[in-house]
Design a protein around this ligand. Structure first.
Ligand SMILES: [Zn+2]
Ligand SMILES: [Zn+2]
Length: 299
């Protein structure tokens, strides 16, 4: 399905005029994406129904490079496009919805169903996180002056599509160049400042959970401060063992921090236990969630 026409604009803080799914007038950001009211409601209903229908046509009913108007009757293609443009199911408040009285959309009756759906959403979120780490967005840490301004801006995870995937990875070991201000230190021009970028990524990850917005600013800051470093170390450790690497590895193939650094032992302490326990993907997703839903954060 050719969907190149729906790449979001590079500035996601201003609302695009058109719904990224059907091209009608956008109404606001819903689940991290600019959509019309119709597509917003559609996405929520579709997730709650759990319907798994298949397109009976050519699977391109919402490909606006092939037609001027989408075929609204095709729900599978519409839902596919919602996912493709990056709508985030975790932004929906499922728990509240499923326990609300007289809720016509109440279809998550059992705990088992609920867990199944939460895992599905976490898998989807994980793919967004990895896409973001591999995108060409590579800000200078000085650009983001305060965590408060980050928290009040549009979540950056949905910007990965507009930036596109970075090229030239994995980086070659002979592509190091000297730093401008210190000739004896070198860096890879195509690499990211991984400490900063990973902390930024996992901060945005925490912000995607529906309850985050309901916290006041002080509690948001408290949660970020207590959770994000742990989640970041957990994330890069699991990324490392998924690729069967010996040392902490980043998406560009670089080792960061390098195992010769004095703090390496501390930041890599999760790698060996993860190998030993043969931790599975779903387990890692749920364990990471515990960092966010930690009831004993003091303050
Ligand atoms: Zn729409
Ligand atoms: Zn279709």
């Amino acid at each position: 399905m050719e969907l190149s026409q729906i790449k979001p604009s590079s500035s996601s803080s201003t609302l695009p005029e058109k719904c990224m799914i059907c091209n009608r007038t956008a109404h606001g950001f819903h689940c991290d994406v600019a959509t019309c009211k119709g597509c917003k409601t559609f996405f929520r209903r579709q997730l709650l129904s759990g319907e798994e229908a298949k397109c009976v046509l050519r699977k391109d009913c919402y490909d606006l490079t092939k037609r001027r108007e989408p075929l609204f009757r095709c729900r599978p293609c519409r839902f596919q496009k919602c996912i493709y443009v990056g709508m985030n199911p975790l932004a929906l408040n499922f728990q509240a919805r499923t326990t609300a009285p007289n809720c016509e959309e109440n279809s998550f009756k059992t705990t088992e169903n609920l867990i199944h759906d939460v895992v599905g959403m976490l898998l989807h979120l994980e793919s967004k996180v990895e896409k973001f780490r591999k995108c060409s967005y590579n800000p200078d840490w000085k650009e983001i002056d305060k965590i408060q301004s980050l928290l009040s801006s549009t979540n950056k995870l949905s910007m990965a599509d507009s930036y596109g995937e970075i090229t030239g990875w994995p980086i070659k070991s002979d592509s190091r160049v000297p730093l401008k201000h210190n000739y004896f230190q070198t860096y890879y021009p195509k690499s990211k400042h991984w400490w900063f970028f990973n902390l930024l990524t996992l901060t945005e990850y925490v912000r995607t959970f529906w309850f985050f917005d309901s916290l006041d600013l002080q509690d948001q800051l408290l949660l970020i401060r207590h959770a994000v470093v742990g989640i970041t170390l957990f994330h890069i450790s699991y990324f490392t063992i998924q690729r069967s690497c010996q040392y902490l590895t980043q998406p560009d193939g670089s080792q960061h921090p390098h195992n010769t650094m004095p703090d390496y032992k501390i930041v890599s302490m999760l790698v060996d236990p993860m190998y030993r326990l043969k931790i599975q993907n779903e387990e890692s997703l749920l364990l990471k969630l515990l960092f966010v839903c930690n009831p004993v954060i003091s303050g």
